[in-house]
Design a protein around this ligand. Structure first.
Ligand code: AMP
Length: 429
């Protein structure tokens, strides 16, 4: 029996989701996105061009195509209530309803949930509704803080004292913010990502990944949506102990139990971004969907049928485990020159010999068979290999070969960068 699956969203992550679904010949993939993604278009049975937050438009498209199940890629449609609307129209969806998506879309809600349920890994934090109160708190507080607008900011709204801003800069920043703000202790350590499939109750964990938010090599420059990421063949990371990973898993399971107890169970993909500190993992944030780029590390390793996992997420019947290839992965994003502050769009782009790399289209358009950049992350190349060096070489060679006014971070997935991470963690411990 053919299963019609709708992917909402049009970036690299959604291309990887669509590709993972399309591995099953009995699945027909449909996409709905604001702008045609040439990679998704190539493997889809149909695509609808709609704003992903246009709830009525997405539901109308899904209904017209006779969609059986849906999955949401980005956070904005979760916040707009697209899952509630699709399920209201009888289309079970792998993605939390709006109330459960608040774990991501409302940082104050997330911290308050963690605190009120006694969930470990929550840093010291305070929520402020009035900019003047937040400013006064920053002025008097001893120590560096992370300043976060409470709502969605596309991963670019956080300012870290001692890193991007000084005390006065942090005060000026909170004064410039329209809504509530979360101030929290600045965590020092190494970041890692743990994602899990969640069916309301049960969590099935994915391999650990490390993302790179900073625009330039050596972790310098402004924060971006993510420049690339890697995962190891053993599905762990060398600066994360088995105890750290078990702790991170337990924290995520507790968050799922807490949101269930509140009467709004979470069905979808839960993403935990952790800071591994000298005292163990602390939650930087939860996301209510796959990471972009992290989806491109884990999905190519999945050997269990992805469409079945998504169906079981919606039904509350996840199996106790799923199968992953025991391989390392490296993902590198090519981005337009000037990204993220002043990206140069509309530049012609040509893929060279991509060898064994997987290629996922992001913010790129195709006109008469030719690719051109738009203003966000252009395309991602992913190498898979028996070890990190092999995976990195595959990704780097493919990234090097792309012609056009784009750049990427050469250091992602290299042994030099990994050694720095390990040394940093050892110094902290
Ligand atoms: P977010 O938008 O929450 O993903 O934050 C963006 C980046 O800010 C993260 O990847 C971290 O590098 C950094 N960050 C967020 N919260 C903290 C914190 N409490 N301490 C240190 N760094 C943080």
């Amino acid at each position: 029996m053919v299963l019609k699956m709708l992917v909402v969203g049009g970036g690299g992550r959604e291309h990887a989701i669509a590709a993972a679904l399309a591995k099953n010949p009995e699945v027909l993939v449909y996409g709905v996105m604001a702008r045609r993604n040439p990679g998704i278009a190539r493997l889809a049975a149909g695509i609808g061009i709609r704003k992903e937050t246009d709830t009525a438009g997405v539901v109308a498209y899904a209904t017209a195509q006779g969609i059986d199940r849906a999955i949401i890629g980005p956070e904005a449609p979760l916040d707009a209530g697209v899952v509630d609307a699709l399920e209201g129209a009888g289309i079970p969806t792998a993605g939390p309803r709006r109330a459960a998506a608040r774990l991501e879309t409302d940082k104050a809600f997330c911290r308050d949930l963690m605190q009120s349920h006694g969930i470990r890994g929550c840093p010291f934090y305070r929520v402020f509704r009035e900019p003047a109160d937040a400013a006064a708190f920053i002025r008097d507080h001893d120590g560096d803080l992370a300043v976060k607008p409470s709502g969605l900011t596309g991963g670019k709204g956080v300012r870290i004292m001692g890193e991007q801003v000084d005390r006065e800069g942090a005060i000026a920043y909170v004064r410039s913010l329209p809504g509530p703000v979360v101030l929290e202790e600045r965590l020092i350590g190494e970041e890692f990502t743990l994602q899990a499939f969640v069916d309301g109750t049960r969590l099935v964990y994915m391999p650990l990944v490390q993302d790179h938010k900073r625009a330039f090599e050596g972790d310098t420059g402004p924060n971006t949506g993510g420049m690339g990421s890697y995962s190891m063949a053993d599905h762990s990371l060398p600066f994360v102990t088995a105890e750290d990973e078990a702790e991170a898993r337990a924290i995520m399971a507790d968050a799922v139990a807490a949101i269930r107890r509140q009467g709004t169970p979470f069905h979808g993909i839960l993403y935990g971004q952790f800071m591994n500190t000298a005292k163990g993992p602390r939650v930087i944030e939860f996301n209510a969907r796959f990471g972009d780029p992290e989806a491109m590390n884990v999905l190519p390793l999945l050997t269990s049928d992805f469409s079945e996992i998504l169906c079981r997420i919606t039904e509350g019947s996840l199996p106790s485990r799923v199968e992953w290839e025991p391989l390392a992965t490296v993902c590198k994003y090519l981005v337009p020159e000037g990204y993220p502050d002043a990206p140069v769009p509309g530049q012609p782009l040509a893929l060279g010999d991509t060898g064994d790399a997987l290629v996922y289209c992001g913010s790129v358009e195709e006109k008469e068979g030719k690719l051109a950049t738009l203003s966000s992350r252009t395309l991602a190349v992913v190498g898979k290999g028996t070890d990190l060096a092999t995976a990195e070489a595959i990704a780097e060679r493919a990234a090097e070969g792309v012609q056009g006014r784009v750049r990427h971070r050469r250091d992602i997935g290299t042994s030099a960068l990994l050694a720095r991470r390990v040394a940093h963690m050892e110094a902290l411990r």
